[in-house]
Design a protein around this ligand. Structure first.
Ligand code: IMO
Ligand code: MG
Length: 438
């Protein structure tokens, strides 16, 4: 049998994954790489994500929509692995469309689960009942995935059929109300009120809902260029992250297959995105966290405050032990390093290249979260760089100290750096090895 036709690209499917704890500027990266993409696809999470794209004066904030929605000619897909709040989705479609003028197409998988009002309430109550909160975004993401795994969720296919939606609601709501009450919730959710609000939302969502898996399979078969836009980060993966301080889905590369129906044999490239330092929002171990002036300096310089919740992000040095583990789990074929501009002006910069764990030195990332919490970072110190690097467009023109820093990352992780981002704008990027991407 002849191999399937490909449109002249060597690598038409590219998965972009946040390498550590999220907020790696994936939105900007996807936007840059979406030029010429036929599809951009979100595969995990929901509106807990916050992906920002800056086009000159205009700032676009995406939570549910793939950022490729900005590119006319590109089809944006919300994969079946996602959990979708219909209010948030419709609001975002309106907001982005108004600001952008024209947009691409949108397909929403009928297999995606709907985030309902009880999910948000349960998320908030659970957080308040935990001894140490996870620091969730309180968008109902965890409870929605729980219902999916418990086979009591409402899928988009159910949601857009009023009778099916009504029946599911009638089955589910009394149970949820009992649960909310048992957890200290104050008032009942009312079936009529939910129907009144959600039936019109379902009408508006219906035109987008389809069997997106088949569209994607056809696109893969035809050799179309497809970009899979990871949300969150690999260290927040339900299985491979710092459990229980994780999100309830799979932001790792494997999640792109599970969340869209992309066969693992059709993954061409996996790009891991990391910041030149490290950040984390919410609780959980973060060995290289800087709870000092340097951490504050990074937070201010990088404007490290959450896009979704506004919370200040925890900041620290780049953790190469964690990054190498992430590369191992995701199979990164290349790396993108973002916000290199933020560290500009530091006399010295650091990279964590080992941990001290219970008196022993190790370079093996502890997958037991308790052990990770005991790990003390061992650093290599490198000379810093200075000046405004945002206008630099070639790798060789970067300050030598920055190139040495990047070379050390490549060497330690064993993955080549394909992209360096030098600022927030679409134009502020160096495509050092584009051949590793598409
Ligand atoms: P983007 O796509 C950073 C974190 C939350 C919390 C944990 C669980 O912008 O990189 P959840 O609401 O998902 O149940 O919260 O996961 N978290 C993120 N952190 N960036 C994100 O997305 C995140 N999405 C969830 O802060 O610690
Ligand atoms: Mg974010």
């Amino acid at each position: 049998m002849a191999p399937p036709a490909r449109r002249g690209f060597l690598m038409p499917t590219l998965i972009i994954v946040g390498a550590l704890w999220g907020d790696e500027a994936k939105g900007k990266l996807v936007d840059v790489l979406a030029e010429g993409a036929d599809y951009t696809v979100r595969f995990s999470g929901g509106n807990n994500a916050g992906h920002t794209v800056r086009l000159g004066e205009k700032v676009f904030r995406f939570h549910l929509l793939p950022t490729g929605f900005l590119r006319p000619g590109c089809t944006a897909v919300i994969g079946g692995g996602m959990v979708v709040c219909p209010k948030s989705l419709l609001h975002e479609i309106e907001e982005v469309s108004a600001l952008a003028g024209s947009t691409g197409n949108l397909l929403v998988s009928g297999s995606a689960h709907v985030v309902m009002p009880w999910h948000e309430r349960l998320d908030c109550l659970e957080e308040s009942l935990r001894a140490e909160g996870i620091g969730t975004t309180r968008k109902g993401i965890g409870p929605a995935y729980e219902d999916k795994a418990g086979r009591r969720g409402i899928r988009m296919f159910d949601f857009i059929h009023p009778e099916r939606f009504r029946t599911r609601l009638r089955e589910i709501l009394p149970v949820k109300n009992s649960l909310l009450k048992a957890m200290g919730g104050e008032d009942d959710l009312n079936e009529d009120a939910i129907l009144e609000e959600y039936l019109p939302l379902a009408e508006r969502v219906r035109p987008y809902v389809t069997d997106a898996e088949h569209h994607l399979a056809e696109a893969v078969g035809a050799g179309r260029r497809i970009l899979f836009e990871g949300a969150q980060g690999a260290m927040l993966d339900l299985d491979y992250g710092t459990y229980p301080y994780v999100t309830s889905s799979h932001p790792t590369a494997g999640g792109a297959c599970m969340g869209t129906g992309l066969p693992p044999t059709r993954v061409d490239a996996v790009l891991g995105v990391c910041v030149a330092y490290a950040t984390r929002v919410g609780s959980g171990p973060f060995p290289t966290e800087l709870d000092d002036e340097t951490g504050e300096r990074i937070r201010q310089a990088g404007r490290e405050f959450g896009t979704t919740t506004g919370r200040p992000r925890r900041c620290g040095w780049l953790d190469l032990v964690a990054l190498r583990y992430s590369a191992q789990v995701n199979g990164f074929t290349s790396l993108a390093v973002t916000r290199a501009d933020v560290l500009s002006g530091f006399q010295e910069v650091r990279l964590c290249t080992a941990y001290d764990l219970d008196g022993e030195r190790t370079q093996r990332f502890p997958t037991d979260t308790d052990a990770l919490a005991r790990a003390k970072p061992v650093y290599e110190t490198l000379p810093g760089w200075s000046g405004d690097i945002s206008a630099i467009r070639t790798y060789d023109a970067l300050p030598e100290a920055l190139r040495r820093f990047l070379a050390r990352i490549e060497e330690f992780v064993g993955v080549p750096i394909a992209v360096v981002s030098t600022g927030a704008d679409r134009s502020e990027v160096i495509l050092h090895h584009p051949e590793l991407l598409w």
